[in-house]
Design a protein around this ligand. Structure first.
Ligand code: PMT
Length: 218
């Protein structure tokens, strides 16, 4: 039994991938399983928090006591997150949001005709950045999935998205990133302070992230 040190706190977490439809049978997505976000949601509930989990499509069961809001596309995730932003004391964005979507979703199955098929992609809204621009009291935590220059790229995201801290993980490293039960991460705060998190379960990392979030509550 964990200490209820987050009793009554409202924590909004996003998890999983987004899927961006091409036509009724095809879509663009990524490798996120949702495990990182679901683990944090479960940790937070055990510590007494109220948790809303905005989730892209995953195969995971919703942890007991967590309120899950299911979405598919980045734009749906944007709407769901903004709908609950006022309520939140902290927002933790583990979701792997698609940066681009097909410009048009075809109502009919696109038929092959032997020619090259061009797919125009347009940028999706940056959900975290939009929260950073309107935040008042919320603690804002981002994730950074990188394969090179991890720390520099993650630091740039802290500034661009007005975050309190970011959790950077190297998705090309064994034991880290997508799908598995463990992660390897560096927590980087807006003031430059860093906390190195060696390989551990996603649930253990979740508790370290929540310890940090707690420091920002007064
Ligand atoms: O789900 P798992 O299989 O357990 O895998 C976990 C994970 C690898 C997905 C997770 O640890 C992780 O790194 N999540 C962030 C993935 C990501 O999209 O990173 P990014 O560097 O592209 O985005 C930076 C931040 O901005 C993220 O917090 C992201 O949620 C947010 N973002 C990105 C794009 C966008 N349009 N809107 C956003 O809010």
């Amino acid at each position: 039994e964990k200490e209820k040190d987050l009793l009554g706190k409202h924590i909004l977490i996003t998890a999983g991938p987004t899927v961006e439809a091409i036509d009724p049978m095809r879509y663009i997505t990524n490798h996120s399983s949702g495990k990182m976000g679901y683990s944090i949601a479960e940790d937070a509930v055990k510590r007494g928090a109220e948790v809303i989990l905005v989730s892209g499509p995953t195969h995971l069961e919703c942890p007991a006591g967590v309120k899950r809001v299911d979405v598919k596309s980045a734009r749906q995730m944007y709407d769901a997150v903004h709908e609950h932003f006022e309520w939140a004391d902290a927002v933790i964005k583990t979701a792997a949001v698609a940066d681009y979507r097909p410009e048009q979703e075809s109502n009919h199955k696109i038929k092959k005709n032997g020619n090259t098929l061009m797919l125009n992609l347009v940028p999706n809204p940056d959900i975290l950045k939009s929260l950073g621009e309107k935040k008042t009291h919320q603690v804002l935590v981002g994730f950074a999935a990188e394969t090179e220059n991890i720390i520099d790229y993650a630091k740039a995201k802290i500034e661009k998205k007005h975050l309190d801290f970011i959790v950077a993980n190297n998705i090309a490293q064994a034991g880290a990133g997508f799908k598995g039960d463990t992660n390897i991460a560096t927590i980087i705060k807006a003031n430059g302070e860093m906390i190195t998190c060696p390989q551990m379960t996603k649930s253990e990392l979740g508790d370290i992230i929540l310890d940090q979030v707690k420091n920002y509550f007064n």
